[in-house]
Write a protein that binds this ligand. Structure first.
Ligand code: AFP
Length: 280
């Protein structure tokens, strides 16, 4: 597993350099979800593919930017699903973005995820790695990722990050989101899943939600590349991740690009979500 973490760290340092260039124009290409790809999306995808392809224990790679997964080493034991640059549409407005990795065995299901990791490219470059029940934070310093601390969530937080197009929210969802603000929760939503969840993790708790909506009943965020990796991190940090009713890590995607409604948070907030959604 260490060799995979090192390959992710090398990718992160190269991606940071790629982000710092002037021209981050759009390509003519579209990814499998019909989104126009930035040159940067394609570049970051190739950087990660290159670094992880050198790791003997990697069997298969699946990228959010590619329709099909790729066999790397038939004797490898790990399958890696990754989102090379999540929130890439925020780079040209200079907001924080991230890379997300899920490390699986046998197949791309929540039950078979072994470890997960994300990198935040913000004022600083930080990496969070979840493995064997622990969530560790690293900071990039002079070409090295230095261990900072273990991350633990409190039982209850005070941050609220509500995603999705509000006009398409279900009324019971709007009522729930508003009730947290009435309780004094602070709005913290940048449109980048990685910095938004990173803030909730480091500030000790709260709720990030991206529900099913009338225009997207299955939500927007992808299980294999985005939802499962953060679910493991929140659970190992003492919080929870559900789709409104069930643990997202109990889900079995039919296709590697499937999406799911998702709620990540400390326990108090997730219990409130369950109470709201069990009534519908
Ligand atoms: P992009 O990668 O297209 O910028 O989308 C970012 C993202 O996947 C995730 O990081 C955000 O939480 C979510 O989509 C934002 O979606 P909305 O713009 O619909 O709130």
């Amino acid at each position: 597993m260490q060799e995979i973490l090192v390959a992710i760290q090398k990718s992160a340092m190269r991606i940071k350099k790629a982000i710092d260039v002037k021209d981050i124009g759009y390509s003519q290409e579209q990814n499998s979800s019909g989104e126009t790809q930035l040159q940067l999306d394609i570049q970051c995808d190739l950087i990660i593919e290159e670094e992880l392809s050198h790791v003997a224990s990697v069997h298969t790679l699946a990228s959010e930017e590619k329709e099909e997964s790729m066999l790397i080493n038939k004797d490898g034991k790990y399958l890696i699903g990754f989102d090379p640059l999540d929130g890439s549409s925020l780079v040209d407005v200079n907001l924080s973005v991230g890379s997300i990795f899920g490390i699986y065995k046998n197949d791309f299901t929540g039950a078979n995820m072994i470890a997960s990791c994300y990198v935040v490219y913000g004022p600083r470059v930080e990496l969070v790695f979840a493995y064997e029940g622990k969530v560790k934070l690293y900071l990039l310093q002079a070409g090295d990722f230095e261990f900072v601390k273990e991350i633990h969530l409190k039982e209850k937080g005070n941050l609220n990050a509500p995603g999705g197009t509000q006009q398409n929210w279900e009324p019971y969802h709007k009522e729930m989101v508003d009730s947290f603000f009435q309780e004094g929760y602070r709005l913290r939503y940048s449109g980048g899943m990685v910095p938004d969840l990173h803030q909730i993790l480091l500030k000790g708790g709260g709720l990030f939600s991206y529900p099913g909506t009338s225009d997207r009943p299955e939500g927007k965020l992808r299980q294999v590349f985005e939802v499962f990796p953060f679910a493991m991190i929140f659970e190992f940090a003492g919080g929870a991740a559900i789709d409104g009713k069930m643990r997202v890590l109990d889900q079995t995607p039919k296709h590697v690009h499937d999406t799911s409604p998702c709620f990540f948070g400390s326990n108090y907030e997730i219990e409130r979500v369950k109470t709201t959604y069990e009534r519908v």
